[in-house]
Each structure stands twice: as structure tokens, then as C-alpha cells.
Ligand binder design. Structure first.
Ligand code: BGC
Length: 461
């Protein structure tokens, strides 16, 4: 490689990282707006004199909205393009945040939180989709996982903002703060190129070449364009194609991994960590909140570790390792809660288990579920197929969020955590038998693999 071309590819590397970082602000908003309610609800409850049911509705409104957003956004991002949809999402985030901050009544607040949920559901699909389509295969895992890193940072940011504003009970400002990253996301995306793969799927070859040349910082993009064109071949696009036999396997895998990400209990920890720390014997609310922030920070740090190794080690080994860690920590947590008195050392066993759990999630299912669903689908139906997987994720999230406290009441703490551990074992088996190793393969190679009717585990062999 001569010096010019190596400098060129270095610049291209920097530019694609900037693109991914801006698009990942959508992940930051996803994390912030799901996390912010935990602190805000304490004051909202008092101000609007919410009943327990009304409180549950306010909290889960976002999840309902997210299911709707996930359902709508695939088709519209296939139709109007990933970049435009992300810009529109930023606007919806702004509307929902201002609406929540100014809410004069409970109904108004619920409606605004549903609007934010729609934006979150849309962002959870379009950001990884867009990033995966602009990334070179060698670093695609790391770049798409930047979105997960941003989600984890958004969650910690929401804890910090909630904590700083709690003294003045300024819950309206907690919601209003979300406007800032949304404005940066919207403006940033205006300057970025559209996804070249999407442009090709709309038969806009010249624009695709222009966009790809800009992203790769070279005019030498014919090879990549030819690959994309070839895979588009005879594909038709549309909902019906999702039923084609060769698409069934990736569809099943994406819906499976997205569901497993949620039903292994991650949001029990994210949403209810202070409650679990309370069970473990932490008396004061502030100690529980501090411990929760610690969990959030471990989540961020271990996501950084995942980003560093994901394109070297691969997706499958990380999934195996992470799920084993999750199963062990959930089992130990169940045992700890089964012992008569959770004092002294046992209290710390409970804390240690939660730390191991979140660290294991952060190196595996956290980033990889979103990555896999952005990698394995054929281009023409990528948005629609991702819609189904993303809806499954948000649906499972809602299920877990509304059943956790009831399970604790009916089955008891140990059995509840063991139940998540058993689901974790099923998740491990699912990943072992079905999740393909996508490391280093172009999206077109992955698509060709399905076309040839090969089994998932044959990819990467
Ligand atoms: C999941 C969220 C979760 C977050 C925690 C995301 O990948 O989809 O449900 O709250 O990770 O880091």
C-alpha cells in the first residue's frame, strides 16, 4: 500500500468512526430516556397523586411506545432511508421530552412518555441498522456496539441527572435534559451521508457510489458496489418475502436472540436494582442508589471491553462466556436469597452476583443482540425483519417489567432468580445451535450464506 492510500484509509477509518459516534447518540437517548423515569417517578407520584396502577402505567408507557416505534420504523426506514428516519426520530425525542417536561396532567405525561417510547423503539432499530450498513466488515462489530456503549452511558447519565436534581425535586428538568442530545443528533445526522446500501436498494446507484466514496475516502468502491448489487439480484422486498423459506432461519435467529436479551432479566437489574439491593439488606435509599450507579458504571466499562475484542474474538465466544456468567450469577443470587439472614458476607455475595451479572451481559447479549439483528438480514427486507426482532425485544421487556414484582410475591425471590437462570441456559443453547459467527464477513457474504441454504453454524468455518 503506498503512503497516500494508507493515509486515505486511515482518514476513512476516522470518518466512519465519527459517523458511528453521531448515529450512536440515538443510543444515548434510548438509555437516558429509559433510565430517567426511575428518579423522576418519585416526584411525579407526589405531584399528580398517582395510584399504584397509574404509577405503573406512567413507567411502562415508554415500553408500549417502543413496541409501536419498533413496529413502524422498519418499513419506513426501508422506504425513506435510515438517515432520514434517524433525523425524524430526533425530532420526536424533542417533542416527547418537552411534552413530558411541561405535562400539566397525568394523561398528558403518559401520552408524552408514549411519544418518547416511539422514538426509543425507532432509535433502537435504525441506529444499529445505519451503522452496520456504513461500516467496513473488519470493524463493524465495534462500530455497531458503540450504540450499546451509548445506551449504557445514557443510563448512567440519567442516574446522575436524577441524583443532582432530586434535592430540588425538579422532575421536569430531568425530562427536559433529554432535548440536548436529541438536538445534537438531529443536526449531526443532517451532515452525514445516507446509507449506500439503502441507496442501492432504491436503485439510486450514482448516489450510492457518491456516499460510499465519501465514507471510504476513495473512488475505488466499485467492488463493494458490485457485491451489493449482486445480492440485491432478484429480491423483491416487502412483508411477503419474510415468509420465503431461505429467510426463515435468519428471521428465527434474530427474533430469538432479541427475545433472549430481554427475558434473561437485564431490565430487572436496570429498573429494579435499588429494590434488589433493598432485599439484600441495604437499609438506606441513598446507599441503594449509589450501588445502582455502580452497576451502571460496570455496564459501561464492560461494554468498552466488548468493543475492544468483538471483532477479534468473535460474537459466539463472547455470547457463550457472557451467558455462563449470567447463569452463574443468577443462580448464586437465588441461593443467597434462599439463606435465612442476608447479613454481612451474604449481603456482599448478593452485590457481587449483580456485578458479575451486569458485566457478563455487557460483554455479550448487550451489544451482540443488537449487532446480530443488524447483520443477518437480506438487504431489501432488513428494516422489516429488524422490526419484528426489535418488537420481540420490547415486548419481552414489557413482560419482564410487569411480571417481576408479582413473580417475587408468588414464587419468592430464590425461585424468581433461578427462573431467569434457567432461561439463561436455554439462551446459551440457542446461541450455540443457531447464532452464526458473523465476524469479518461482509453483509453481502452473510446474505449469500442464507441464499445457499447453509446452516447458521457453517458461517465462519
Ligand atoms: C437493552 C436494554 C437494556 C440495556 C442495558 C440494551 O441492549 O436492549 O433493554 O436496558 O441494554 O445496558
Amino acid at each position: 500500500m503506498d503512503q497516500n492510500s494508507s493515509a486515505g484509509s486511515k482518514n476513512a477509518g476516522v470518518f466512519v468512526c465519527i459517523i458511528a459516534a453521531i448515529a450512536a447518540l440515538a443510543g444515548l437517548l434510548f438509555g437516558y430516556d429509559t433510565g430517567v423515569i426511575s428518579g423522576a417517578i418519585l416526584f411525579v407520584k407526589g405531584q399528580f397523586a398517582l395510584s399504584a396502577t397509574a404509577e405503573e402505567v406512567v413507567v411502562s408507557a415508554v415500553l408500549l411506545g417502543a413496541i409501536m416505534g419498533a413496529g413502524l420504523s422498519g418499513q419506513i426506514s426501508d422506504r425513506f432511508g435510515r438517515r432520514r428516519v434517524i433525523i425524524a426520530t430526533a425530532v420526536v425525542f424533542i417533542i416527547g421530552s418537552i411534552g413530558s417536561a411541561c405535562a400539566p396532567s397525568t394523561i398528558w405525561l403518559i401520552a408524552s412518555r408514549i411519544v418518547i417510547g416511539v422514538a426509543i423503539g425507532t432509535a433502537s432499530l435504525t441506529a444499529p441498522l445505519y451503522i452496520s450498513e456504513v461500516s467496513p466488515p473488519k470493524i463493524r462489530g465495534a462500530l455497531v456496539s458503540l450504540n450499546q456503549l451509548a445506551i449504557t452511558c445514557g443510563i448512567v447519565l440519567s442516574y446522575i441527572v436524577d441524583y443532582s436534581l432530586a434535592g430540588s425535586e425538579s422532575w421536569r428538568w430531568m425530562f427536559a435534559f433529554g432535548v440536548l442530545p436529541a438536538v445534537i443528533l438531529g443536526i449531526g445526522m443532517i451532515f452525514l451521508p445516507a446509507s449506500p446500501r439503502w441507496l442501492m436498494s432504491r436503485s439510486l446507484g450514482d448516489k450510492a457510489r457518491e456516499a460510499l466514496a465519501r465514507i471510504r475516502n476513495t473512488q475505488d468502491v466499485q467492488g463493494e458496489l458490485d457485491d451489493i448489487k449482486e445480492t440485491l439480484g432478484e429480491e423483491r422486498g416487502g412483508w411477503k418475502e419474510l415468509l420465503d423459506p431461505w429467510v426463515r432461519m435468519p428471521l428465527f435467529i434474530g427474533i430469538g436472540i432479541a427475545t433472549i436479551q430481554a427475558i434473561t432479566g437485564i431490565n430487572v437489574v436496570i429498573y429494579y436494582a435499588p429494590t434488589i439491593f433493598g432485599f439484600a439488606g441495604f437499609g438506606s435509599a441513598s446507599a441503594a442508589i449509589l450501588a445502582t450507579t455502580g452497576i451502571g458504571v460496570v455496564n459501561v466499562l464492560m461494554t468498552v471491553v466488548a468493543i475492544k475484542v468483538i471483532d477479534r474474538v468473535g460474537r459466539r465466544p463472547l455470547l457463550f462466556l457472557g451467558l455462563i456468567g449470567m447463569v452463574i450469577s443468577l443462580s448464586v443470587l437465588g441461593v443467597a436469597f434462599n439463606l435465612p439472614a442476608l447479613t454481612g458476607a451474604l449481603k456482599w455475595i448478593a452485590v457481587g452476583s449483580l456485578v458479575l451479572y451486569i458485566a457478563s451481559f455487557a460483554v455479550s447479549l448487550g451489544p451482540i443482540a443488537w449487532l446480530i439483528i443488524a447483520e443477518i438480514y437480506p438487504l431489501r427486507i432488513r428494516g422489516r425483519a429488524m422490526s419484528l426482532a426489535t418488537m420481540a425485544n420490547w415486548g419481552a421487556n414489557l413482560l419482564v417489567a410487569v411480571t417481576f414484582l408479582t413473580l417475587i410475591q408468588k414464587l419468592g425471590r430464590p425461585v424468581t432468580f433461578w427462573l431467569y437462570a434457567v432461561i439463561g441456559i436455554i439462551g446459551w443453547l440457542f446461541c450455540y445451535f443457531y447464532v452464526p459467527e458473523t465476524k469479518g464477513h461482509s453483509l453481502e457474504e452473510i446474505e449469500e450464506h442464507w441464499h445457499q441454504g447453509k446452516s447458521p453454524r457453517e458461517l465462519g468455518r
